[in-house]
Ligand binder design. Structure first.
Ligand code: SF4
Length: 64
């Protein structure tokens, strides 16, 4: 599974990296950066929690 963040949509609420600090991190302005787009199976639940809790729907998970 892969994860990506639409930087133009992210407003820097920070919920993603609060919920999944192994998957997401903050840039200098509080916006989300993906640490590694290729998720390990252990990271998938946290990545999904981050995506589900993003108020801007900026996070996309894909199965490829
Ligand atoms: S929760 Fe969404 S809007 Fe907030 S920092 Fe993460 S990706 Fe950006």
């Amino acid at each position: 599974m892969k994860v990506r963040v639409d930087a133009a949509t992210c407003q820097g609420h920070g919920r993603c990296y609060a919920l999944a600090p192994d998957v997401f991190e903050s840039d200098d302005h509080g916006h989300c950066m993906v640490i590694d787009a290729e998720l390990t199976p252990e990271q998938e639940a946290a990545a999904r929690a981050g995506a589900d809790n993003c108020p801007e729907d900026a996070i996309t998970l894909t199965d490829d």
